[in-house]
Design a protein around this ligand. Structure first.
Ligand code: AHN
Ligand code: ZN
Length: 325
């Protein structure tokens, strides 16, 4: 009888022990990733578009910058509006502002998420020549990336991730040389706000483990290929993001093939600031420009924005960020 009791007790103990170990393991493995709201992201895209084109040196541009800074503050970020006067390729002096929102600013481990918030002054890729001096509305080219990041910022306020995150909305990305411009050094005419920040970071000696740029992430049935500057500087981050997307079922958006080599804000974050960074950018290998047919035309408006695409990108990014520790 005693022997049986002893065996019984041992079995119970073992079972109890086993359970403790098991649940401790599952606590370690399972992170609760909050649910990204594409309705909310869409609303933030709409609110930017409602200002009109956000071209530097216009009142719409100032109004939108105030909205972006105020919204990041409302979501609990420490916000810096980094103002700069930047010289455009055509000699125009641009009153630019990079809007920087820091979450958990004391954390040493940090991720940088960024997008440009300005819109192009000229729809110089429009098939109709009479549209080519009109500004671009930039629902996709500008507002979409910012909209996704604002929704992620809102989630940070509800549930803080384990790491620090900086969200930067860069200005004057899209003031690059027009297609008919016959000057030199046109590559560096793009991404002026980012070039400025990379040389003058908002915090001396600023570091992040890696960076992710969102550019044109709201188009219907968008495809995101593995951009080549991203693979050159941050192949492991491309792998991390594309495999996370695939495991979430977003493989029809995140295509596991090499894409173009695209001069974009991440180039300068890599080259000047030395932070390994990737670009999630809509790419169409079958179009002439590499981009959607409405890119840099007067048709880059809300009619092309699809909540499913915002959701694929936003949900993937949420999983990447919340799984870091
Ligand atoms: C160039 O057109 C050189 N690069 C694409 C960067 C861009 C413009 N992204 C949005 N607008
Ligand atoms: Zn553009």
């Amino acid at each position: 009888m005693r022997q049986i009791l002893f065996i019984l007790l041992t079995v119970i103990q073992f079972a109890a022990c086993n359970q403790v170990t098991k649940s401790a393991q599952s606590v370690e493995k399972t992170v609760n990733v909050p649910t990204f709201s594409s309705d909310s992201a869409y609303k933030y895209v709409q609110q930017q578009v409602d200002f009109g084109p956000r071209v530097p040196n216009t009142k719409e541009h100032i109004a939108c910058s105030n909205y972006l800074a105020a919204t990041l503050k409302r979501f609990g970020a420490e916000v810096i509006e980094q103002k700069a006067t930047l010289l455009a390729f055509d000699g125009t002096s641009l009153n630019a502002v990079n809007i920087i929102g820091s979450f958990n600013p004391q954390a040493k481990k940090r991720v940088l998420l960024f997008a440009h918030w300005d819109t192009r002054p000229w729809a110089d890729h429009d098939p109709n020549p009479s549209n080519r001096k009109k500004p671009v509305m930039g629902a996709n080219d500008g507002a979409s990336g910012v909209g996704v990041l604002l929704e992620i910022a809102r989630q940070f306020q509800i549930q803080q991730p384990n790491i620090g995150v900086d969200i930067i909305f860069f200005d004057a990305e899209d003031y690059g040389a027009t297609e008919d411009f016959r000057g030199e050094n046109t590559e560096d005419s793009w991404c002026l706000g980012t070039q400025y920040w990379a040389r003058n970071p908002h915090v001396a000696g600023y570091r992040a483990d890696y960076g992710i740029l969102l550019d044109m992430v709201g188009g219907k049935q968008a495809t995101f290929y593995r951009e080549q500057i991203s693979e050159y500087y941050a192949l492991n981050i491309v792998d991390k993001v594309w495999s996370q997307a695939r495991s979430l079922g977003f493989g029809q958006y995140f295509i596991d093939q090499k894409g173009g080599t695209i001069t974009d804000d991440h180039l300068y974050v890599n080259k000047i600031a030395g932070i390994p960074s990737i670009d999630i950018i809509q790419f169409d290998p079958n179009s002439n420009s590499g981009f959607a047919h409405y890119w840099h035309t007067v048709n880059d408006d809300m009619t092309n924005i699809d909540k499913n695409t915002l959701n694929a990108v936003g949900t993937t990014l949420m999983h990447v960020v919340y799984k870091e520790k």
